[in-house]
Every structure is written in structure tokens, then in C-alpha cells.
Design a protein around this ligand. Structure first.
Ligand SMILES: CC(C)(COP(=O)(O)OP(=O)(O)OC[C@H]1O[C@@H](n2cnc3c(N)ncnc32)[C@H](O)[C@@H]1OP(=O)(O)O)[C@@H](O)C(=O)NCCC(=O)NCCS
Length: 158
């Protein structure tokens, strides 16, 4: 597979339009929506998604592309004062899973964060999301507690 990773922005109208089409297609299944963000309600509302998370500063989004077609997504929030990064909204198009897309997105986000001085990366994952937990563990993430939402917190020193 010829997968490339690119930054994408909700600030740029054309990219926002593409994100809306892509995410609305992926998140038709409420189960998938819960996996990525337990607070998001079904049906998926793109404007709520943007307002809740992407109107903040220091949030960057990356997409994985195959022949110019978006097949994966990840967001990262960086708290510069703490030299900490937080990964969220990781999703791979179901047709492209188990091919290393999520791993590439995570590694790309880690490099981006590391270059910006981040030394500790964290993420939340639903307790039942065995597939994601196995992936994070293989990439060096370790259990670091439980969030108020009940999800596991995993973290890694970059
Ligand atoms: C969890 C999720 C993001 C994983 O995405 P993915 O692109 O399939 O992940 P990867 O392909 O990078 O890794 C999955 C497995 O495939 C393996 N793999 C990687 N490259 C591979 C290749 N070329 N051939 C075969 N297997 C490969 C990886 O080693 C990994 O195995 P492991 O879990 O035993 O470590 C995806 O299932 C998903 O979108 N789920 C729904 C949303 C979700 O749960 N998001 C996480 C929220 S915390």
C-alpha cells in the first residue's frame, strides 16, 4: 500500500468539506462513534464534532491517504506548558484495517509532537476496545489509570 500521512485543517473550507463527507460516511454506525468518543451522540453531527474539539487551539488533525482517498484519521492535542500530547479520534476505514494505517498515523503524530518538544503522550481507550488496546500496547503505550468516563488511560514517554 502507498499510504501517505498529511495534516488536514477544519479551518480551510475545502478540507473541512472533505472531512465532513468522510467522517459522516464512517460514523453512520453508532457503535463506531462510541468507540472513538463516548461523549458523541448518535446520529453523528459534524458541526458538533468540530465545535466540541476542533475549535480549540493546539489541536492538529492528520489523515492517512491511499491514492488521494482518506482511509484513516487521528487528532492530537498538545499542552505546550506540560510538554504533553493527547491522541484521540483514531479511526481507520473498515476496508483498510490490519494494514498498518493506524500505526502509521500514531507514529506520525508522535514524531510531530516530539519535534514540538512533547515528552509524554497519552490517550483514552474504552475498556472493551481490545483491538485498540493491543495496538497501543505494541506501540509502547502502558496503562496509566482510569478516566472519569470509565475509559482506560494509556501513556508513553516519547
Ligand atoms: C483500532 C483501529 C484504529 C486500528 O486500526 P488499523 O489501521 O487496523 O490498525 P493497524 O493496522 O495499524 O494495526 C492493527 C494490527 O494490524 C497489524 N498490522 C500492521 N501492519 C500490517 C500488515 N501490513 N499486514 C497485516 N497486519 C498488519 C498490526 O501489527 C496490528 O496488530 P496488533 O494489534 O496485534 O499490534 C481500527 O480498528 C478502528 O478504526 N476501530 C474503530 C475506532 C476505534 O476503536 N478507534 C480507537 C479509539 S481509542
Amino acid at each position: 500500500m502507498q499510504t501517505t500521512i498529511q495534516t488536514i485543517s477544519y479551518e480551510r473550507p475545502e478540507e473541512k468539506r472533505i472531512l465532513k463527507a468522510c467522517l459522516s460516511t464512517w460514523f453512520q454506525n453508532p457503535k463506531d462513534l462510541n468507540l472513538t468518543d463516548p461523549n458523541m451522540k448518535y446520529p453523528f453531527r459534524f458541526e458538533t464534532w468540530v465545535k466540541r474539539t476542533y475549535s480549540k487551539q493546539d489541536v492538529t488533525s492528520f489523515v492517512a491517504k491511499e491514492n488521494d482517498w482518506i482511509i484513516g484519521y487521528i487528532g492530537i492535542f498538545i499542552v505546550q506548558t506540560k510538554m504533553a500530547g493527547h491522541l484521540f479520534h483514531l479511526f481507520t476505514d473498515p476496508e483498510f484495517r490490519n494494514k498498518g494505517v493506524a500505526s502509521s498515523l500514531i507514529k506520525h503524530a508522535e514524531s510531530f509532537a516530539s519535534e514540538g518538544g512533547v515528552i509524554n503522550m497519552s490517550l483514552n481507550v474504552a475498556k472493551k476496545n481490545d483491538r485498540a488496546i493491543r495496538l497501543y500496547s505494541h506501540l509502547g503505550y502502558e496503562p496509566a489509570g482510569t478516566a472519569s468516563s470509565g475509559s482506560f488511560i494509556y501513556s508513553k514517554r516519547l
